[in-house]
Design a protein around this ligand. Structure first.
Ligand SMILES: NC(=O)c1ccc[n+]([C@@H]2O[C@H](COP(=O)([O-])OP(=O)(O)OC[C@H]3O[C@@H](n4cnc5c(N)ncnc54)[C@H](O)[C@@H]3O)[C@@H](O)[C@H]2O)c1
Length: 389
């Protein structure tokens, strides 16, 4: 079992597993915090060497095991495809490393439940990369709702839409159930929407009624690997697709609130749009990830408000997360920096007694909700989220 250190953040070493789209975002956030990145691990050593050079990092590790054997690595960031999260997180914990793992935490709730138990037993810091919680406006709203700013939460609605898989020639490992999981759009981006709205409202989802649809049953797979959001040319093979392109899901929250969520990876013109609205008994709030520095607050008896991400106007949680003065836009990459600031404070031993970042337990809960979505869609009925106490 690793003991908590009290070292400064600049002496806590990190390694990043996976060198694709999001691995690079992890590396950049760590650098901005001053955390030394000891190296990266790729799908092959050659690929990792190339990426390490382009990112001006130390030489890449020969293998995942070589990285685990490096005593200078305290924290392992797992940004590989979904099917690798469980074995890699398990091995990293066994090697005494703190772990930050991308979502979805695993492929099944059996795996995620085991990771929760292993992490708890180890005493190591464990985090799941639900970075969207760390937009300053979302942090502000989290505190605002908790303090009764909207009254009782009644209705949660919105969507997460993308268009990068609109064409039958669009390809990514997420389309393959053995690499990405049996649920695709819901586990990939719906998990963010459900985690974020549950976090902000403080209400867990207790049951779901889901309709999933695969509009593109045959896709054309290129010969080599395709990184997320990348496009390739060359020979292709026809592949049958079983994972969903779209989902509409009705939700019930534990306080009795109702919800509805639309998820799609085939919505033309929507590159990456997450929106939610929360209607409470006194006021409402709405947020859009493409204008992340603004919070709409709706009222009945007085004019509505538009709150800018101005630290002097934000509450404590929002202010603590904001990295720049008002009018200087913050965005997606900044949420990683804010999330890791919290996680690394915990690794350093000076975080709050109640962790303020999403942990493996939150990743496991997300898996349980996703499994209820799959069960509901299969049976055509409402499905409870099965949480064993
Ligand atoms: N939090 C977020 O907002 C966010 C955004 C994008 C992706 N993700 C998650 O991050 C993970 C990676 O997604 P991505 O979009 O970066 O995919 P990607 O395909 O761009 O990158 C994955 C990388 O992992 C590498 N890899 C494959 N096998 C490996 C192995 N055995 N060891 C080490 N590396 C290996 C691949 O070569 C590739 O470079 C997924 O779990 C995804 O859900 C999260």
């Amino acid at each position: 079992m690793a003991s908590r250190t009290t070292r400064p953040i600049t002496e806590i070493g990190a390694a990043v597993v996976g060198t694709g789209f999001i691995g690079e975002v992890h590396v950049e956030a760590l650098r901005r915090l001053g955390v030394p990145v000891r190296g990266v691990v790729g799908s092959s050593h050659a690929r990792a060497v190339e990426r390490a050079a382009s990112l001006a990092l130390p030489p890449a590790y020969e293998s995942f095991e070589a990285m685990l054997n490096d005593p200078r690595v305290d924290v392992v960031h797992i940004t590989s495809p979904n099917h690798l999260h469980y074995p890699q997180a398990k091995a990293a914990l066994a090697a005494g490393k703190h772990v930050i793992c991308e979502k979805p935490l695993t492929m099944t709730s059996t795996e995620s439940g085991e990771l929760v138990r292993l992490a708890q037993a180890s005493g190591l810091v464990n985090a799941v990369n639900f970075n969207l919680r760390f937009y300053p406006i979302c942090r502000h709203l989290h505190q605002f709702v908790r303090e009764g700013g909207l009254g009782e939460v009644r209705l949660v609605s919105g969507h997460y839409l993308q268009d990068w898989l609109l064409l039958d020639t669009d390809w990514n490992w997420r389309l393959e159930p053995e690499l990405g999981g049996n649920l695709r759009a819901v586990a990939d981006i719906g998990s963010h929407w459900m985690d974020l709205t549950s976090h902000v409202t403080g209400q867990r989802i207790v049951s779901v009624m889901a309709d999933l649809k695969t509009f593109i049953p045959i896709r054309w797979q290129p010969a080599g690997p395709v990184e997320t959001f990348a496009r390739t040319a060359g020979p292709t093979t026809a592949r049958t697709i079983t994972t969903e392109d779209c989902a509409t899901v009705l939700l019930r929250y534990e306080n009795g609130a109702l919800g509805s969520m639309t998820i799609s990876q085939i919505s033309a013109g929507r590159r990456n749009t997450l929106e939610f609205e929360i209607d409470g008994s006194s006021s409402a709030a709405a947020w859009n990830s493409e204008q992340p520095d603004e919070l709409w607050i709706g009222h009945r008896g007085r004019p509505n408000e538009l709150l800018p991400r101005d630290p002097s106007l934000l509450n404590e949680e929002g202010r603590a997360t904001a990295g720049l003065p008002a009018g200087h836009n913050e965005g997606f990459a900044d949420t990683f920096k804010a999330l890791y600031r919290s996680v690394y404070r915990a690794v350093a031993g000076d975080g709050p007694s109640e962790p303020d970042y999403p942990r493996f337990a939150d990743g496991h809960d997300s898996m349980l909700v996703c499994e209820a979505v799959a069960r509901s869609a299969r049976r055509g009925t409402w499905a409870p989220v099965v949480r064993v106490a």
